[in-house]
Design a protein around this ligand. Sequence first.
Ligand code: TMO
Length: 313
Amino acid sequence: MKLRTISLAVAVSAACSTSVAAADSSDPIVIPIHNWSSQIVMSHVVGQIFESMGNNVEFVTTDSQAVYESVRLGDVTLELEVWEGAFGASFRAALEKGGLHDAGDHDAVTREDWWYPMWTKDACPGLPSWEALNDCADLFATAETGSKGRYLDGPVDWLKHGQERVAALGMNFQVVNAGSAAALWAEIGAAEADKKPVVVFNWTPNFAEAVWPGEFVEFPVWVDGCDKDPAVGPNPDALYDCGNPANGYLKKAAWDGMEGKWPAAYGVLSKISFTNPQIAEMAKFVDIDEMEPEEAAEAWLEANESVWQSWLN
Ligand code: TMO
């Protein structure tokens, strides 16, 4: 902690002596917090960097779809994890209305979709094809879903169109929303002892890939417009008849007023870029090591000083 503060002070004073940029406003930079661990830890990592630069930071817990409207209006200053699969549509809608912008991509490549732990494939060897999964729907039937297979989707604010995809592809599955990310891990953990077949929402980068080997279900490949134009995708009469992008982006988004109001913090934001292993580790600190998000952020900053120092110049 002490080392970090000292080297940050050196870096900041070096930057100040060679630049005539206006000072950042003392109003708080408002950083939104959502309901999955990497986003919470990353938000604290970046918040702690901003605080070390002398900025005030305020964290607010917000809905992960509605946040794009809040950033557009300047009620929230930025968003650090714009996942293409879950939030691409809300991000694009806010971009079109104006007020927020794309503040650059992280290095990370993302995927979010139906996923199963590898033992599921022993019971349904045609996987990962979605048609093979559908032929095995019986294996996933529960008291709750009757003759249909149960698919445990993420919380309702992540992905809105699971049941519509099932209908568009004529699948014999029922979508059930988990109440939290923890409910997804509990579902996989409970199935593990008996190697019970399960299919749940999952994503990468995440801690889960280091714990449970598994695969994403291969749906019809995502094509731009699959959520807007029924003609796109294999079913000519339906939206949502594609999987999520298999090589999705992870972006940062910022309120258009951020650069003018907090120019130094904005300069750092524009350079920030996390990799897949860095993001998976942030999740692991919380979901496996059971650290508090603030503690996890401190640990990450201490262990990765050279990474974030490079964003301050
Ligand atoms: C938004 N998420 C990364 C949980 O899919």
